[in-house]
Design a protein around this ligand. Structure first.
Ligand code: DUR
Ligand code: ZN
Length: 132
């Protein structure tokens, strides 16, 4: 599973978004170290703040299936620039993924921004901050 294939998976995931309010579908595809891909889409709610982003959907699917070792995530939406993850997703990525893990942000025009979990949220509040 290479970068291009993972982005294709994110594009497929995007088609399953539940977005009656924003009409802004987002897709994500999370690659685990055993080669499995967890797709995620954003799922909105009439109580707006309950919305779950595509990235967190993919992460929570994986973790709740017992998969915790990840090597990359792709995220895609119909944005002018490669879609930037929200603050909440950056925090969750930093909790559940290695700091140097690749993050492929893209849009429908085919622009790709390659970054890392750590670069998306430098200095993130981390599990280690809770203990001495
Ligand atoms: O990286 C992002 C940015 C936004 N959204 C969702 C949340 C909401 O459903 C819609 C508009 O913010 O897009 C994501 O899923 N991922
Ligand atoms: Zn988000």
């Amino acid at each position: 599973m290479d970068k291009k294939q993972l982005i294709e998976e994110a594009l497929t995931a995007r088609t399953f978004a539940y977005v009656p309010y924003s009409k802004f579908p987002v897709g994500a595809a999370l690659l685990s170290n055993d080669g499995k891909v967890y797709r995620g889409a954003n799922i909105e709610n009439a109580a707006y703040p309950m919305t779950n982003c595509a990235e967190r959907t993919a992460l929570y699917k994986a973790v709740s299936e017992g998969d915790t070792q990840f090597v990359a995530i792709a995220v895609t939406a119909d944005t002018d620039r490669p879609v930037p993850p929200c603050g909440a997703c950056r925090q969750v990525l930093s909790e559940l993924c290695p700091p140097q893990m690749k993050v492929y942000l893209s849009n429908l025009k085919g622009d790709i921004q390659e970054t890392t979990v750590e670069a998306l949220l430098p200095g993130a509040f981390s599990p280690g901050d809770l203990h001495e």
